[in-house]
Structure formats: C-alpha cells, structure tokens
Design a protein around this ligand. Sequence first.
Ligand code: GCW
Length: 723
Amino acid sequence: MKKLDFRKYCVVSLFLLVSGLNTYANDGYKLWLQYRLIGDEALRQSYQSNIQEVVPLGDSKTIEIALHELQVGLKGMLGPGYLSVDRESIKNSLVFGRKENLPQTIIGFFDKGYHQINEEGFIIRSITVKGKKQLVITGKTDVGVLYGVHHFLRLLQTNQAIGELNIVESPKLKVRVLNHWDNLDRTVERGYSGGSIWDWHRLPDYIDQRYIDYARANASIGINGTVLTNVNANALILTPQYIEKVKALADVFRPYGIRVYLTARFSAPMEIGGLKTADPLDAGVISWWKGKAARIYAEIPDFGGFLVKANSEGQPGPQNYGRNHVDGANMLADAVAPFGGIIMWRAFVYAENSSDDRAKEAYSEFVPYDGQFKDNVLVQVKNGPIDFQPREPFHPMFGAMPKTPLMIEFQITQEYLGCSTHSVFLSTLFEEVLESDTYRKGKGSTVAKVIDGSLSNKKLTGMAGVSNIGTDRNWTGNVFLQANWYSFGRLAWNPYMKSADIADEWIRATFSNDKAFVQPVKAFMLQSREATVNYMTPLGLHHIMAAGHHYGPGPWVDIFERAEWNSVYFHKADTLGVGFDRSTTGSNAVGQYAPEVARMFNDINTCPEEYLLWFHHVPWNYRLKNGQSLWNGMALKYQEGVDTVAAMVKTWSSLEGYVDSQRFNEMKMLLDIQYKEAKWWRDSCLLYFQRFSKMELPEGVEKPTRTLEYFQSLEFPFAPGHH
Ligand code: GCW
C-alpha cells in the first residue's frame, strides 16, 4: 500500500473543512446551530485570543446546558483543542453566570445593565479586570444567561467583531409560544413535515433525543413556551395517564426556559369527568376545572396554562350553554390563577349561520367584551381577519380592545402557502403585519405596539406561531422553512426586527458566511413571499385554495353548504368584475378599522392595490396604477409570480459550490416542485377567471397547456395535514 503523504493529507482536509466546499452529507437536523469552522483564519484567531477559557458560574442544569452549548459551538467554529473550562478561578476570557453568582470584583460593571433588563434579559460586555480582558455574559436568571450565550454564539456564527461588546437585551414579549396542532395519534393538523414529534406511546419513560434538541433550538431563539396539543382538542390529554407524559416533557424543557401549555377541550368535564354539563357557571364544572388545574400543577409546578378554541368550527364552548366567551375564559382563568397560569383564549370564531361577511365576525363578537376578561387571560388573535392567507390586511381587533391584552397568532406551517414544498420566507409576512398602523391612538399605533403592550400599557403580552415542526429529519420538511421557525422566534423576542436582518443571520448560521452566497439567497428569500402572493392570490384575492386540504388552487370551489367555506364566496367573480366588496357600499368591514384606516381601504383610489380585491368588487376593465386593466394586471401578476420562482430556481442552481450536496439537492428538487406548482396556480386561476372576464390573456403571459376541466379534475385524497 502506498504510504499516505501526511502533510498533503492535512492540507487537503483542512482545505475541505475551511473552504466551505462541503461535499459531505448534511441532513439539516442541526438547523441553524451548524457551528461550522470559521473559514477566515484571521477572524478565527482573533476569536480564539478573546476566548481562551470559559468560566461557568453556578451549577444549575441551565448553566450546564449553556456550558455545553459553548463547548459545542466554540469547538465547532474555532476548532478543537484549545478551550479549557475553569470553574474555580476567574483568570480571563469568557465568564457567564447570573447576577448572584458573579464575583464582587466584576458585579459593579453591570449595575446599570441589570436595571435595564427583565427576568429573561441578558448583558454581554467586555471588561478589563486587573489587566485581563473578560467577556461576561450575565442576567438576572440562568435562563437569561442561556439566552445571552446563544446570542454570543450567534455573533460568532455571523462573523461579527467581539472585541468591545456591550449588549443589553430583553425580550419585548412575555409569552413566546409555538402552537402545535398535534393530535394524540401523532397526526398533525396542517402539518407537512411528517408526524408529531411527541411520541405519546413511549412517554413518559422514553425520552427521545428530539425533545432535547427541540428545546435547545427553541431556547436559541428565545421561544419560552410550547402548546403541545391541537386546538381542535382531545380531552384525554387532561387525564392522569397523559399528564404524566406531559410532565416528562416539561421536565426536559424546564432548564431551557420552556414551559408547557395544553389545549383545554371545553367539554372535558363531561368527556373525562363524568359531569352532565360543561356550563362555565355551573358550580360542579368550576370545581372540576379547579381540581384539574391543581392536579396538573402538582406534577408540573411551572405549567403555563391552557389554550382554548371555543365555539369555533364545531369545537364546544360556553355558548353551548347560553354563556359567552368571557364566562368561559374567566372560569378557566380562575382555575389556573392560584398557580400563576394563564389562559390563551382564541378569537378565531365565525358563526355557523354566517353573517354577511366572515371577516367581520371575530371583531363583532369580541370587541364588546373589552375590559371584561380576567388579568391572566390573553385573547389570541390571528394576524388577519380571515385565516392565514398569503396576504391579509391586519386584523381589525388589534388596537380595538385597549383594555384587553391581545396576543397575535401567526401560522408558521404553510396551510395556505404551498405546504412544505414551497420555499416561502414568512418573516416578511409577519413583519408586514407587525408594522401595520392601526391608527387607534393616532399615527404610529402599529400592531407591534399593540402586542408588546406599549400602546395601552399591558404587562401580559405574547406571540403564538402554529408550528411547522414534524418528524422529518430536517424538522420542517424543507430546510428553507427552518427559517420560518427561526424568524418567528426572533420576532417574538423583538417584533421590531427586520426580515432582512433575520434572513442574514439565518443564512450565515445555517449555510455560509460567504458573501457570494449570502447576498443572492437573502435576495430571493425576501422576494419569496411576494412571489407566492402573486402566483396564488394577487391583488387581494384570498381563500381560493382547493377544498378541505387547501393544497393547490380551487377558485371554483362551491360545494360546501357553509357559504364561507367556498372560494366563490371570497372572490365573488362575475361578468362585471371580481372581489369582495367590504367597503361602505358592501359589507362595511372597513368600518371595523380606525377612521383613518377605514377611509384608506374604503376608497378604491387610496386602497393599496395589494388589498384591492379584499375590499372592493372591481370591474375587469378597471385601470390599475400601472395603467393596465384589472384583467391584464392580474394575469401579469400571476406571470410575475411564476417568473420570480423561475429566477429562484436559477439562483439556487448557481450556488451548488457553497452548500453541502444533500441540502443543495433537496432544495433544488423542492424549488422545481414550486415552479411546477406556481404554473399550475397561474394557469388554473387564469382559466377560471377568464370565464368571467371573457378577455384574452395579455402579451407576456404564457398560455396554459391544460384545460380548466383538467385542473378541476385533480384530486388529492391523501394530501397531508388534513383530517
Ligand atoms: O385555518 C383553519 C384550519 C383548521 C384550523 C383552524 C383554526 C385547527 O383550516 O385546520 O383548526 O383554522 O385555526 O382553528
């Protein structure tokens, strides 16, 4: 055998490690915590000289976790072998611990900082003590320190200077939760990335490594709660058999700063409690819930509380007993209050005997209750008034209930945005909503200010995201959609962050710091949501997805008895035009917004074109701002959406050298599917609407290759996520 030239071997392996030409497989399991070796040698050395030693202070599980994270992260990024851990003395370098564990010699440096942060906040600061440079990460709690450690690692992951740090940060929202629509049989409602990660059968004794990795990933972006079960709830989760399993998960999550919450089925007292009623004013029901809460808290002292979907889409609720949302929410709030728990009561309701406009129902039902909910109730409001569409105007409830804490609910899973095959960066959607101005207290009354409590001085604040996580090896079914979990966490921490910055961080942490990669990928991520709006529902169209599973186009859907489940209800296309008249001449949904906003939406000339067909029924030959007729403009938007996806495919294909082959190839295949499906959307929608407009497709729009009948005949009986 030929002797291996050792030097050459070293040079080659170093090159492979450093160059980023990673040809080995990477299945994406490590999410944004890749901790790749830092390619820039000078930078690596400067990091190394700043951090020669890590000094953990305190001996909690959380500090152990923080230490482990630093070891994994620093070894990965700076190379193995140089790092030492010294618990005894503080000689130099990276020190981390909460306030009370910091030595007197350095605590004084942080007096001001401690005043500025809350319980979950952190300070990262470079100080010099006796001629030695020390980087200190501290907070009031160990979890704050853990958040600081993750923040610090992120600085390295994104190749920032760490020489002179002085960072003081606190989360701006209190409750930062994922909502899992996971069923006990491990199916996931609207889940597109495999089954539920909760293995109820093997819990409580079998602790899947996934639970730990899940907690770690969430902690890295500041998520501090998880609702384990579907809002379409099963009462069994509240039985002792399941509480024991929930406790096992809570024990895993606790040191990561994550609390568990459950969905409470309103009829549980009857289903598992043997009571004859679930009337929230019934003494037996009240004491049943109190007892239930006490049992849960006996097992899980930091249990977060309940999330409730009541009297919505067939779920039981107080109205079944002639009571209202306030009665229901407050009864449960009283049950968990002694233990510090909260109730997240959803406002996603629309009546069975539908009114003139589904978009108006939540507001009509809830706003009159302003000020009546107990202090530990958060009313959970979807970002828009219909249902997680590719684009909706902000929900009119934001700003309209100044005496009630409202939390916002986003959908991270892509029920209406192409499931997990379409690479859509949802951060721009979240950001658009958060930046929307409600004008409820004059200009600048943004949704972000409503939900962070600053507009009306609220302490209890929150953001919920319907999870896109499943058992797929890469968690989200598509590596790119990890970015949506990531951006949700970052925005829940700070709803004023910019999507461009979030994308930048995520790309660098997940793939590469190489500018030649970061820039084009960031550009296409930032365009991706607009592209999806364009090829699915341009100009304010909404809810024209296929029936039931919502996969693919279905503007023709008119089969449901409940009018507001049909696409035709939402687009109202006819020979005159298309769109839902929600102006004062129509349903007057505009009247639910502050006067400034109502006026803008109401007038077809000032209504932003993104919402044109949301608020107006518009003639086919109406002139858009670009001079095109509505019909031509709509067709061109569909084409634009397709073209943007084509460009995304092209960009990605050109970046093969920067990504490991596995993630590169998977993304490539998914983008190809997205391109195919974007064309499917364009062709079927245009063929359908053409029946009403009776106009030719304008120049520049590709001719459909199939008939409308063909598209209408497509069926997907096993489309994922549907029950
Ligand atoms: O978007 C709709 C979904 C339902 C979901 C419901 C809700 C969990 O189609 O699957 O049920 O919203 O948010 O309650």
